[in-house]
Design a protein around this ligand. Structure first.
Ligand SMILES: NC(=O)c1ccc[n+]([C@@H]2O[C@H](COP(=O)([O-])OP(=O)(O)OC[C@H]3O[C@@H](n4cnc5c(N)ncnc54)[C@H](OP(=O)(O)O)[C@@H]3O)[C@@H](O)[C@H]2O)c1
Length: 100
């Protein structure tokens, strides 16, 4: 049995290990397209990117779910720059249409 508490590693102050998803670098001037943006990981990625100043294009199969997600992000991030695109990633025709 160890008798001492391990010494914690020092927190790096520079380099890629300082990445913090709750404090993203300024995304002003950038546009991100987020698939699966109506739920789960995609929703929160969209919200965090919007909070960091990005123009975010939320993508999903459902215009209704997109409207709900946009309203939720706008409540959390006043002034968020958001657009939506309806896309079914299981359909190449839908992907091509959305890209156009
Ligand atoms: N949650 C976890 O802990 C975890 C861990 C590792 C990996 N992952 C992976 O990360 C991804 C996201 O997971 P999640 O749990 O956040 O949510 P999820 O429930 O797997 O994803 C839901 C999102 O995916 C969209 N979506 C599903 N099928 C689609 C399609 N054919 N075309 C376009 N959009 C589609 C849904 O949009 P609409 O229904 O509005 O179209 C919704 O916004 C999944 O691939 C999952 O396997 C998740």
């Amino acid at each position: 049995m160890p008798t001492s508490v391990p010494t914690p590693r020092p927190t790096p102050t520079s380099g890629p290990t300082t990445w913090d998803p709750a404090h993203l670098p300024d995304q002003t001037g950038r546009t991100h397209v987020v698939t699966g943006a109506t739920a789960g990981i995609g929703y929160f990625a969209a919200e965090q990117l919007a909070a960091a100043g990005a123009h975010v294009v939320l993508a999903s199969r459902s215009a209704t779910k997109l409207a709900t997600a946009v309203a939720a992000i706008e409540r959390e991030v006043p002034g968020a720059r958001l657009d939506t695109v309806v896309i079914d990633l299981a359909s190449l025709a839908s992907v091509a249409g959305a890209a156009t």
